[in-house]
Structure formats: structure tokens, C-alpha cells
Design a protein around this ligand. Structure first.
Ligand code: AGP
Length: 611
């Protein structure tokens, strides 16, 4: 996710753009830049937040009535000055900003290199921009036509804003798969990833649709499809307030990010998983496949929610790859004197990529000869850069302190790695491999189904919000999900909650059970289901309140539960990406029912960069 802003009209463009970018920083903050039409194109850009760019260009000639601005969430190319947007074309006459991923950029880049183009960044954006310029020069057509022709060749998602030095009052924009809003003023137009940059100037907006292209001057907004047919812009009156827009209309970032999961899991799989062809493309993993297959052991190192993802991965890797897996709290691993041998493979799991304990733990392991693979969300973060290789989770910025979409994206990546290695190693059959690829491919729509059937969870939150303790129980792949559900509740509602292997209850904790104790079972239909049902009966017999996450149609578990949360049928290996979703919502709605700050819980930080 990146933030884009544009303006053309009689006002000074720069102040509008820079303020708009600040409002869009929730969409990404790796680097920022602006391009201004000021007697020729002026481009200012740098790594870091908007305020850092602002400070760096104080005193420059920023006068302009037309400009575009960008705040980046890195996907291709680390956060750096050279990879910051806007990018300029080879001629220097075009400047462009982009939000999205051009999936076939490598092929386009090769075509351009063969024609003598050179590149100054690692981004897919610079490739698309030069592809557009090449088409315009080659076909002697206007820029609008060149954009249309280029976008027909492109696969992936994009919003682009384009400035042409030879047409200083015009902005060309196009979108597919990423959001673009155009604000309609009197003799002026605004553009943004959402309406927040324009809200104080106009509430008349046009939401651009996929495969549409806009040619915008101060007095004119022309909308066309890629077939060059004009479209009448549908102007709507906005009734959202600024705060609501940043959250996409949700009350909190946490809820927005929970509901983003169908898209973020899809984004994580996109370009990697091809369930039809039976392939998983992960170049970072491919280059270390041999070492992973022959590893003495795989050690998952992480903290918090990421540690829970590692626990799920332990079950998956041992099942599919038949390799010994250990899961370590980074903070414990780094301070004891662990035995690390050259053949060890470490998988470091981290949303922020900056967790101090995880970073130091892998630095220690790396110094002792272990191979470090990173499963990280923030591109170019310290853990990503310390790793030998890895795979990004592409979940976009996670603003809520409680990790939700990053967790399910971590599970998606870890499952793909295990499937890839198991397939290469031959430790899973072709049939099971193809079945699991199909199951993984269906997860985004099954998460969407789960979210659609979650209306009752708000009522459950009201019913149980005053409990002082919760138990979360699960077995097998759902045991780490029980731990994760307990952590979500603790950190969002401040209610004490413990996750346990369901079978462990009889070794002591069942003494806690009485009519005041809600016990949440993660009880989706899997290998362990029959045993979990008898654990439910044990709790019922002691008057505990049973709240269960169950598979749709599981009447037996429903009959033993006081309340249920439903997920669709799925293979147990991918089930944690579904069964965690109701638990995320339960924690969120209980926190809201208790009127707590669910996006910024007390005592917590989004990234624990201290020891
Ligand atoms: C999870 O909701 C918490 N915010 C916390 O446990 C977090 O998972 C942990 O601090 C690890 O962070 P990381 O994934 O950025 O390394």
C-alpha cells in the first residue's frame, strides 16, 4: 500500500500535496517524494517519512500549480532515495508515481534493456514509466495513447499519476486494483488514494474504477476506458469525516486490518502460488532449498504473535517436510548459550522486522554459521536485511498494535515454504501437494466467508466482556491458535487469558473451571476433533461456559457449546488462517465494549525495538 496525492489548479500545489501525504502515511512511510511543474519538472524525494522530506527541501523553489506526491510502502526495491517515487523517464520529461505491483515488470524491463535503456532504481514503477515513454516515442502517439497501450500489456495492480513536462497543467491517471479518488473543485482537481487529502477543499468526488484512465486539467476531467471510449464521471458527495477515511470507514485500524485479510492473504499468495500449474515460486527460498531440505533442524525464532505463527509452522513443517523443527522465543534464545551448528536453518518471523530480541538472536545464530531466512512484513527492515534470504508477507502496513493480518500472512508464507520444500524433498505425495495448493488458494475466500458470518461475535463480546479470566484451548494446529486468541484478548481488553493444549487441562488447570469461567475451544474439524469434543464435555460437566470456534455444520460441538463462532470446512493445515479470525474479532469487540483504545492498548508498542 502506498499513498498518492495530486493537484492541478490555481492554488500552490506543494502545501496541498505535502499535507495530503501526511494524511496518507498510514498507507506507508518508507520514503516520500514530490514532482512539481515549475518551469520544467522538479522532483524531490528521499527515504523516510514526509516530515523528513519537508525538512530536506526547505528553501527550494517549490512554487507550482500542478504536482504529484507519493509516500511509499516498499514492495520491489528496498526503502532508499533511489527507489523513492516519483520516478523520471529516460528523457527526464515524464514523472510518475505508482501504488501497486506490476507482476510482469521483469519481462518489460528486459525488453527495454535490450533497447538500450538503463535503470536508476530497483522498482517496477521505473520500468512501467520507461515502457510508456518507449511506446510514445516508437509509435509517435500522444502520452494518453501510450499509457493506454502500455497498460494493456501490464499484469498486476496499479494506480499511476503521470506528469509531462510538455503539458504542465495536465495530470494523467489510471487505476486497476488500487484505489484512486478525484476531488472536483471549482477550476481545480485533486487526486488521492482516499479522500483525506482533498476533504478540506471539496466533498465532490469521483471514484475511478478499474481499467479507467483520467486526463485532468484545472477545468477538465476526462474519463475513458482503455478502449479510448469516454465515460461520464459519476460525482458523489462525501459524508465521511477525515478520521473515518483513514480507517476506510471502519471504527479502528484493527477492525479494518481484520477485514483486509481476504485481500492481504491473496496479495501474499499472488505471483507465488499457482494451484492449477502446481507451482510455488519463491526465489528467496529456492536458492536455499538444498540447505533447508538437508537441515539438521529448523529453528523458528520470533516473539509474540509471530512466535505463535512459528508454532503453527512447526506442525506444518514436521508434517510436510519431515524435518525436526524447534520454536524459540527470541528473548530466551539470545541469552542462553544455544547449540547452533552449521547445518541449522533459522526462520526469523517478524511483522516489523525490527524486534530487538529477534534481530540479536539471528545475528548470534548467523555468526555461528546458521542460515537465516526471514519471513517479514516490512521490506528492507533490519531483520530482512540480516537474513540470507526469505519471503515478504506483503500484508501492507499494520497500524493496529495487535497483530492480525500480519499473522495470517505469516502462516500463508510459511505454508508455501513447507509445501515447496516438501514437494522438492518428495516427503509429500503429488496428490496431497496439489490438494493443499488448492486448499491454500481457497483461503482468501474462506476468510471472507468467515467475516461475513461473524455478526454474532459482537453479541458474544457484550455477554462475556465482564469475565475476569478466560481459557483458550486447542489441539494440534489449533493449539497455537488458542495461544494467539488468548494473547489478542489480553492485549486488547486487559482481561487475563491463558492458552493451553486442550489435553493439558487434566494436569491441573481444570481446577480453575467453574460457572464464571468462559472457555474458548478452537475446535474445527480435524484429526484431533474427537478428543477436543471430549475435552468440551469435561468442561461442561464442571459448569464452565463453552465458547467454540467450529466448522460449519458441526452439530455435535454446537450442542456442547454455550456459544459458537463458525468457519468453513478446510484442511487442518490451512485451518489456523480461518480459526484465528473469530478470535481476533472477539478480542476486538470485547475491547470496544469495554471502551478501551483498541488500536493503541496501554503499555504496548507496535514494534518492540528495545530489549
Ligand atoms: C501481537 O499482537 C503483539 N503486537 C506482539 O506480540 C508482536 O507480535 C511481537 O512484538 C512481535 O512483533 P514482530 O512480529 O514485529 O517481530
Amino acid at each position: 500500500m502506498c499513498g498518492i496525492v495530486g493537484y492541478t489548479g490555481p492554488r500552490e500545489a506543494y502545501p496541498i500535496i505535502i499535507k495530503g501525504l501526511k494524511r496518507l502515511e498510514y498507507r506507508g512511510y518508507d520514503s516520500t517524494g514530490v514532482a512539481l511543474q515549475n518551469g520544467g519538472l522538479k522532483v524531490y524525494k528521499k527515504k523516510g517519512k514526509v516530515a523528513e522530506l519537508e525538512d530536506a527541501i526547505v528553501g527550494k523553489d517549490l512554487h507550482a500549480h500542478v504536482g504529484i506526491g507519493h509516500t511509499r510502502w516498499a514492495t520491489h526495491g528496498e526503502p532508499s532515495d533511489r527507489n523513492a517515487h516519483p520516478h523520471q523517464s529516460a528523457s527526464g520529461k515524464l514523472a510518475m508515481i505508482h501504488n501497486g505491483i506490476i507482476e510482469n515488470y521483469n519481462q518489460l524491463k528486459q525488453e527495454l534493456i535490450n533497447k538500450g535503456y538503463t535503470f536508476h532504481s530497483d522498482t517496477d514503477t521505473e520500468v512501467l514509466l520507461n515502457f510508456i515513454e518507449e511506446i510514445r516515442n516508437n509509435n509517435q502517439c500522444d502520452l494518453e495513447e501510450a499509457v493506454r497501450v502500455a497498460l494493456k500489456r501490464v499484469t498486476g495492480a496499479y494506480v499511476i499519476l503521470l506528469l509531462d513536462e510538455d503539458k504542465p497543467d495536465t495530470i494523467i491517471a489510471a487505476r486497476k486494483g488500487s484505489p484512486l479518488v478525484i476531488g472536483v473543485g471549482k477550476g481545480e482537481h485533486f487526486l488521492g488514494s482516499d479522500a483525506s487529502p482533498m476533504l478540506e477543499y471539496t466533498k465532490e468526488v469521483v471514484y475511478v474504477n478499474d481499467y479507467e484512465l483520467a486526463i485532468i486539467t484545472p477545468d477538465q476531467l476526462i474519463l475513458k476506458n482503455l478502449g479510448n471510449e469516454k465515460i461520464t464521471p459519476y460525482v458523489q458527495k462525501l459524508d465521511l469525516e477525515l478520521a473515518a477515511i483513514e480507517k476506510g470507514g471502519y471504527d479502528h485500524f484493527m477492525l479494518k486490518e481484520i477485514f483486509e485479510q481476504p485481500q492481504t492473504i491473496y496479495d501474499c499468495l499472488r505471483g507465488r502460488l499457482d494451484a492449477e500449474a502446481g507451482t510455488i515460486t519463491m526465489s528467496g527460498i529456492q536458492q536455499y532449498a538444498e540447505q533447508i531440505m538437508n537441515a539438521n533442524r529448523i529453528v523458528m525464532i520470533a516473539c509474540g504473535t509471530s512466535w505463535h505463527a512459528g508454532l503453527v509452522a512447526e506442525y506444518i513443517f514436521e508434517e510436510l517436510c519431515r524435518i525436526n523443527v524447534e520454536v524459540e522465543y527470541a528473548s530466551e534464545f539470545r541469552y542462553r548459550n544455544p547449540v547452533i551448528s552449521k547445518g541449522d536453518v533459522i526462520i526469523a518471523i517478524s511483522q516489523s522486522g525490527e524486534t530487538a530480541d529477534t534481530l540479536v538472536a539471528i545475528e548470534n545464530a548467523k555468526s555461528k554459521g546458521a542460515i537465516i531466512l526471514g519471513v517479514v512484513n516490512v521490506v528492507g527492515s533490519s531483520i530482512a536485511r540480516t537474513s540470507h534470504a526469505g519471503a515478504y508477507t506483503h500484508a501492507g502496513p499494520e497500524i493496529g498494535v495487535a497483530s492480525t493480518k500480519a499473522f495470517t500472512a505469516q502462516l500463508a508464507v510459511l505454508t508455501m515454504i513447507a509445501l515447496k520444500i516438501g514437494y522438492i524433498k518428495g516427503s509429500i505425495s503429488q496428490d496431497r501437494y496439489m490438494h493443499l495448493l488448492k486448499e491454500l488458494n481457497e483461503v482468501p475466500e474462506k476468510v471472507a466467508w468467515t467475516l461475513k458470518h461473524s455478526d454474532n461475535i459482537k453479541k458474544l463480546a457484550e455477554k462475556y466482556k465482564d469475565a475476569h479470566d478466560f481459557l483458550y484451548l486447542g489441539r494440534g494446529y489449533n493449539f497455537p491458535v488458542a495461544l494467539e486468541g488468548a494473547l489478542k484478548l489480553k492485549e486488547i481488553s486487559y482481561i487475563h487469558a491463558e492458552g493451553y493444549p486442550a489435553a493439558e487441562m487434566k494436569h491441573g488447570p481444570i481446577a480453575l473451571v467453574d460457572e464464571n469461567l468462559p472457555v474458548v475451544f478452537v475446535a474445527t474439524k480435524d484429526t484431533y476433533h474427537e478428543k477436543v469434543v471430549s475435552n468440551m464435555q469435561e468442561i461442561k460437566a464442571r459448569k464452565g461456559k463453552v465458547i467454540s470456534v467450529i466448522t460449519e455444520g458441526d452439530e455435535l460441538s454446537a450442542s456442547l457449546s454455550n456459544d459458537v463462532m463458525i468457519v468453513p470446512e478446510a484442511d487442518e493445515i490451512v485451518a489456523p488462517m480461518l480459526s484465528v479470525v473469530p478470535l481476533q474479532l472477539l478480542a476486538y469487540y470485547i475491547g470496544v465494549a469495554k471502551q478501551l483504545d483498541v488500536d493503541k492498548p496501554r503499555n504496548l508498542a507496535k514494534s518492540v525495538t528495545v530489549e
